[in-house]
Design a protein around this ligand. Sequence first.
Ligand SMILES: Cc1cc2nc3c(=O)[nH]c(=O)nc-3n(C[C@H](O)[C@H](O)[C@H](O)COP(=O)(O)OP(=O)(O)OC[C@H]3O[C@@H](n4cnc5c(N)ncnc54)[C@H](O)[C@@H]3O)c2cc1C
Length: 391
Amino acid sequence: MHNPAEAVPPPWMTADHTALFDAAARFAREVIAPNEERWRREHRVDLATWRKAGDLGLLATDIPAEYGGAGGDFSHEAVIYRGMAQAADSGFLVGRGVHSIVAGYVMEHGTPAQKSEWLPRLASGESVGAIAMTEPGAGSDLKGMATRAELRDGRYVLQGAKTYISNALNMGLLIVAARTQGPGSAGGITLFLLDPRGMPGLTVGRVLDKMGLHSQDTCELFFEDCRLDADAVLGGEPGRGLHQLMGQLPVERSILGVTAAAQMAHAVRLTYAYARERKAFGQAVGQFQHIRFRMAELLTRSAAATVFMDHVVQMRLLGKLDAATASMAKWWVTDTYCNVVDECLQVFGGAGYMNEYPIARMYADARVMKIFAGTNEIMKELIARWADASA
Ligand SMILES: Cc1cc2nc3c(=O)[nH]c(=O)nc-3n(C[C@H](O)[C@H](O)[C@H](O)COP(=O)(O)OP(=O)(O)OC[C@H]3O[C@@H](n4cnc5c(N)ncnc54)[C@H](O)[C@@H]3O)c2cc1C
């Protein structure tokens, strides 16, 4: 069953994109699907899988070739999320999204030395990226973060705690946000780059027990007298963190929108196939008019989400993706996906509540999309502010 919107491909789609999509879809079938149960048990994707993705050219496709990437752009990243969404598990997809966001920070804001040091490792999967902004006392309100980095004898000393950090067991490059001036000072947040493996003063806490996304290694981090050289400052200039975050968060939101739209399409496909097979009262449940109409609605919403995200990709390629449009994509597509996957699950009846069915896992994994990368309420606040400013 095809999405009718796909009859007119987006302007950025080329034969290269189709090949990349096929490679990502093969990765979903041959690597993600056979391993997802084990990953969910172990609460992490194994590092060998990250290396494999790197070897296959499925990481950092938008990073220039001189830094080990594929020299593509966001459209290449978008087709990878679409291909990988052919498997039900979100653990690698979400982890890869965070990894790509981290690469984006280094590419956009790193010094030449930082780019040379980190980007090739991110592209090969040798280092998995993680980013730590959220704290037990500060999530939406990033300016309220309390983790401090004090300059002592030419080195920064980090103290504080972060929570809900994705890729935390696997990480080989961590970007951590810390306050380098007094509270409330917008200019006082700095992003630091560090290799967390064996770093004195950094403790990775337990894997957090989540309602879904069981194959993601989401943990707390504790910094106690964690000493960093001055060249760990992203871009070399302290106090630029908030500016860097504000620049990259729309990127993060566009990645999430693409992922949610792709998973939505997959959920609808699975549901359509099930409704044709499952019999009740002597016919396929998909023959009942209520379910026929429901499927028609789900297909329509999925097509609209795909077209919206195609447009967002195009805006990014043109360098015109603004914070308001990225926020619209993030809240609307993730909200629509959560509603769609709920209705899909209903079509499966009791089977939809069983974890052995992918739709049950997709339902549980989807929910966090309305929360992370900025809650959907914060997205609406940003859009409303933009509307006021542009009225
Ligand atoms: C599985 C998972 C993975 C994550 N991964 C990462 C990661 O890798 N790195 C990282 O740094 N963080 C990560 N996060 C954290 C995530 O980004 C935050 O949870 C999110 O930003 C919300 O912050 P909070 O949980 O503190 O909620 P709060 O800020 O406490 O918000 C509570 C409620 O109040 C609402 N609210 C807050 N302020 C406003 C306002 N001004 N107007 C209207 N409503 C408002 C919120 O929308 C929400 O409904 C992750 C979270 C989860 C659950």
